[in-house]
Design a protein around this ligand. Sequence first.
Ligand SMILES: NC(=O)c1ccc[n+]([C@@H]2O[C@H](COP(=O)([O-])OP(=O)(O)OC[C@H]3O[C@@H](n4cnc5c(N)ncnc54)[C@H](OP(=O)(O)O)[C@@H]3O)[C@@H](O)[C@H]2O)c1
Length: 311
Amino acid sequence: MKAMRFHEFGSSEVLRYEDVERPVPGAGQVLVRVAATSFNPVDDHIRAGALAQMLPITLPYVPGIDLAGTVAELGAGVTGLAVGDRVVAMLPLDSAGGAAEYVLVPAESLAAAPQTTELVDAAALPLTGLAAWQVAFELAELKPGQTVLVNGAGGAVGSLVVQLAVDAGAHVTAVDAPQHADRLRGYGAERVVGPLDLAAGPAAVGGPFQVVVNHVRVSPEELAQLTNYIADGGVAASSAGPIPEDPARGVRSASLWVRSDGAQLAELVAKVDAGKLQIHVAARRPVAELAAVHADAGAGRLPGKTVVLAP
Ligand SMILES: NC(=O)c1ccc[n+]([C@@H]2O[C@H](COP(=O)([O-])OP(=O)(O)OC[C@H]3O[C@@H](n4cnc5c(N)ncnc54)[C@H](OP(=O)(O)O)[C@@H]3O)[C@@H](O)[C@H]2O)c1
């Protein structure tokens, strides 16, 4: 089968489109014919070797943590799935493998794909959806009626956090560049503002807020200024660096390290099919162009969430 792999860490140029053995599912595994994977910023960090200490991987490595595809073969002991089922998964970061024709998936990572989206676009959901779910409901413990600031709201994770928070009955202030504003209003954000002027403080955007969610990679000093946006007794949740706590005001903070969870993914899929969660795909690119996708991401040229189509 065809797969995109890298044999050493480095720039996007280490990615090679190669012929590799089609894998065979072991006990508890499912072989999935890939329809698409998607690009996530962490793919860039893994390929560059920036996570090599924290996340040991075996080389050569097939990137692509997200998966949408159809079941091709079941390993021993796998029940509840049949060949031909449309599925999605967040693959384990240390083995990944979505940028290929076929990939092995632990059965517990899989969920049925949404029925209301094209299968390839469903590849935009797993990692970002799980990140959004875990930020909103595990780290921030979001409750109906709370006020929430989402920084980086127009991005892949932020867009889903805004929608989950609105669906949960929260009052959302969405922060991102103006080109995202109409879409964010469409998701139900009550206030949509441009990038924060941290010197102006929270009152300028209707804060402080009971929950502050951050998806923008900023300096430690800027993260520290975000603490001022959290109301007394409130909480911060960040996917892009820790926001300091303020124990004197009862302000706590948590950082995300997203994990695969088939059951949570099934809940996200149900929200997509119920029309409560829209998957925003900005571009579709063939996997043979993955090196260019990584290069474009590194240069800030990706137009937004990009799904990567299998051969
Ligand atoms: N730790 C984990 O487990 C985990 C999991 C998932 C994601 N992440 C991290 O979370 C971050 C977000 O991921 P993503 O996939 O959502 O990335 P993304 O799609 O690039 O989203 C980032 C968003 O932030 C916006 N932005 C940039 N600078 C801003 C500013 N100063 N103020 C307001 N908005 C600004 C961007 O706008 P433009 O499009 O206009 O540039 C974009 O909409 C990344 O750093 C990623 O590595 C971490």
